[in-house]
Design a protein around this ligand. Structure first.
Ligand code: GLN
Ligand code: ZN
Length: 763
């Protein structure tokens, strides 16, 4: 009998119950007991739901109040010293201090760093370790939740983050080697495994997703040492769990590890099945990840069944388990909640609950159980309707893409020539000042949007409101003396959603939330079809704003790679193809802005770097199409039109040539927090075009002084030529309050003036 097993379920709840409970607790409205009760109720509800959906083996300890990597650090007592007193006095307060910092009652602790979980949009807390690090069990969350499940009638498989991945995902604050801590960590893992064994766990799922990355010899050796050590402990059987890619050159290593089962991702990397079957010793369990845990489409069950049969032929029926490709953390909970989606589109989709149902059908079919044929046929019909649908396939899009030539992704003239024309066109001072686009989205702005959406504010009244906000913003920028203005982006909810809502080929859910970090969730658009722009999207607002002022008004767009990265994308064509379609739609928008008299246009690409593939050898292919897509957007305009781009939270060192290849006339980047260190890459590369290294950290309510900004700018000026340097904040201002913004921008303009005065003096 083939088992359906799940690797992890979304924690946030079908209606973001966990988010709301956390926020009430943080505000002091709910007690810790109330929060814990909500969490326990959610866990019970999730186990129930998974069981009903058809899963035989349910995970436990996949739940987290904030993040599973933080849970792991906490569990092994890897607490930086500064949180210890608080955590000893009040564990929950200590835990949340690590997650999000605290600033109350005389305590002022910053949060631990947060970073992206592999190539997902989930962010984990980066544990801080040091050479003298000791580990010990603090609490017993995995055991407690295993027992909690048992008491509720569910026999579960506890999930742990494996020791080597835990270390590789951590950082040391003293520059020491993380893996040198392995020997100290392993006995504590062994102790935990022993406890789980004693509690009655037959299997433990041990996640080692770093096994799909490029690993150096030291990391490989660490895996061998770790699993040899853990083999000695009295313990449950281990399912070594890998996902997000192929094992590739790590497969030999994996096959030699002393574990009883292996999970592989056959959605991202179906081609690895043969090699895995060859390498994986007979008699051990293989868990086949056949349903995509990262996207929302119904699975091609016939294809999955072929893979499953093939695998079964090698490992035998009892040793094959069926599973999603990875934990279902990255998809929304339940499609059934979407009442507004039309039936056809809905029939193509599958969220966490439905995915377990798909696995059930697969297992039943594999075992030849009666009744499996009906659902298989139904699934075939759904896939066929999607394949044939006229809302998915718009022949004009393919035709247009086919006519694109190399020249369409190249500006007419090289930067040096464009610059001369742009200087004439705009007559900007040296060190021109600008902002990144959005201005504070006040309570009022959000309220007006919500009322408009609810039908309580008429279109006309909403427009009038937005016009007034925009005008106020323009007047403010004029008054403080900014050189290149923006309209403020008041009409936008989210930088991707705003465009997706206006493009054909995008759909939106009502409750399709996915955890981004902690209590923060995003609701990614679903790109289901060929992308078409029925009409201009931003021209009206840019034109209106330009009509208010003599100064240049910068048009503001979200770039194609960012739209792609922050959406659920089609699985029936390459990402690069979808990206080119978005690029074409945006190219039309850029051209329309130019025709409407907007001479400076910014195409934001904050997500370019996060799209990088996990394996280095796939980077250049990605960068080629990503950069090309940006250039398709940007290259339809005349030489005198100035194209800006903006990127944030990025390291540029290893992709600087790709950034330069975007050939934007001006790029603004985040640098203030690193005190301009991020500029190094641009300097070493001799980046030729305009560049605005952010001088105001908009992620903090702190207002930087004029002197601080002057100092940062002098640092930048020392390594860039005067014609290159722009003066701007790090990122958009939408999360800031007006008071701080006003103050900080006035000082920023003053800082630019001082720099200009330096120059005048030198001349
Ligand atoms: N133009 C956007 C804004 O100002 C850019 C946001 C971003 O980089 N994430 O909000
Ligand atoms: Zn930004």
């Amino acid at each position: 009998m083939t088992s359906v097993t799940n690797l992890g379920f979304p924690r946030i709840g079908p209606r973001r119950e966990l988010k709301h409970a956390l926020e009430r607790y943080w505000k002091g409205e709910d007690s810790a007991d109330t929060l814990q009760a909500t969490a326990a109720a959610l866990r019970a509800q999730h186990w129930q739901l998974q069981r009903q959906a058809g899963a035989d083996v349910l995970p436990s300890n996949d739940f987290s109040l904030y993040d599973h990597v933080l849970d792991t650090a906490f569990l092994f007592d890897a607490l930086p010293q500064r949180y210890r007193a608080l955590a000893d006095a009040d564990p929950l307060a200590g835990y949340f201090a690590m997650a999000r910092g605290v600033q109350t009652g005389g305590i002022d602790l910053r949060a631990l760093e947060m970073t992206k979980w592999f190539d997902t949009n989930y962010h984990y807390i980066v544990p801080e370790l040091h050479a003298g690090q000791e580990f010990a069990l603090r609490g017993d969350k995995p055991v407690a939740q295993f027992l909690e499940a048992r008491a509720a009638g569910f026999d579960t498989r506890p999930v742990l983050l494996g020791p080597v991945s835990f270390l590789l995902l951590s950082k040391t604050t003293d520059g020491s080697d993380r893996l040198a801590l392995l020997e100290r960590l392993l006995p504590v893992y062994a102790q935990l495994l022993e406890r789980l064994h004693a509690a009655g766990a037959a299997w433990v799922q041990i996640d080692e997703p770093t096994l799909v990355l490029d690993l150096d010899e030291a990391a490989k050796a660490a895996f061998a040492r770790a699993y040899a050590f853990l083999a000695q402990a009295p313990r449950s059987r281990l399912l070594l769990t890998t996902y997000f890619g192929a094992l590739g050159d790590n497969l030999d290593l994996v096959a030699r590890l002393q574990v009883e089962g292996l999970h592989v991702d056959l959605v991202r990397a179906p081609e690895q099945l043969d090699a895995v079957l060859q390498a994986w010793p007979k008699g051990r369990v293989l868990s086949a990840g056949l349903v995509n845990g990262r996207n929302v489409w119904r699975t091609n069950l016939d294809n999955a069944l072929t893979l499953a049969r093939y695998a079964q032929g090698h490992v035998g029926a009892d040793n094959l388990w069926l599973a999603p490709s990875c934990a279902l953390l990255h998809v929304p909970v339940d499609l059934e909640q979407e009442k507004a989606l039309d039936a056809e589109l809905k029939s193509w989709l599958s969220f966490a609950r439905q995915k377990l149902g798909e696995l059930r059908v697969l297992a039943d079919a594999l075992d030849g159980r009666e009744g499996a044929e009906g659902p298989l046929a139904q699934q075939r019909a759904r896939l066929e309707s999607r394949r044939q649908s006229a809302r998915v396939h718009r022949p004009e899009v393919a035709r247009r893409l086919a006519t694109l030539s190399e020249a369409d992704s190249r500006r007419a003239s090289p930067y040096a020539q464009r610059r001369v024309l742009q200087e004439q066109a705009f007559g900007l001072p040296v060190y021109p000042t600008t902002t990144i686009g959005s201005f504070p989205q006040t309570q009022q702005v959000r309220q007006a949007r919500a009322q408009h959406k609810a039908g309580k504010l008429s279109d006309a009244d909403y427009e009038t409101f937005l016009e007034a906000e925009t005008e106020r913003c323009v007047r403010f920028q004029e008054r403080i003396g900014l050189d290149v203005l923006v309209h403020g982006e008041y009409e936008r909810n989210d930088m991707v959603e705003y465009f997706g809502e206006q493009l054909d080929g995008f759909a939106f859910t009502k409750l399709g939330w996915v955890q981004s970090y902690g209590s923060r969730c995003v609701k990614p658009p679903i790109i289901f079809g060929d992308v078409v722009r029925p009409k201009p999207m931003t021209v009206r607002w840019s034109r209106y704003a330009q009509s208010l002022t003599q100064r240049p008004m910068k048009g503001m767009l979200t770039g194609p790679v960012t739209v792609l990265q922050w959406s659920f994308v089609r699985d029936d064509q390459a990402r690069s193809e979808t990206c080119r379609q978005i690029a074409l739609a945006l190219r039309d928008e850029v051209n329309d802005l130019e025709a409407a008299g907007i001479g400076i246009i910014q195409i934001d690409e904050p997500a370019i770097r996060e799209g990088l593939p996990l394996r280095r050898d796939a980077w250049s292919d990605y960068l080629n199409w990503a950069i090309e897509a940006f250039r398709i957007c940007a290259s339809g305009v005349g030489d005198a039109t100035q194209i800006h781009t903006h990127m944030c939270y990025s390291e540029f060192n290893d992709i600087i040539d790709a950034v330069a290849a975007m050939d934007a006339d001006v790029i603004s980047i985040e640098t203030s927090r690193s005190r301009m260190e991020l500029l190094d890459a641009f300097v070493r590369f001799r980046y030729p075009n305009g560049i605005g290294p952010g001088v105001y950290d908009i992620h903090s309510p702190r207002v930087p002084s004029v002197e601080e900004m002057v100092e940062l700018l002098r640092k930048a000026r020392a390594v860039l030529s005067p014609e290159q340097l722009w003066v701007n904040p790090d990122c958009g201002l939408k999360t800031r309050g007006w008071d701080e913004t006003r103050h900080a921008l006035e000082q920023m303009v003053e800082a630019a003036r001082r720099l200009r005065a330096d120059l005048a003096q030198a001349a």
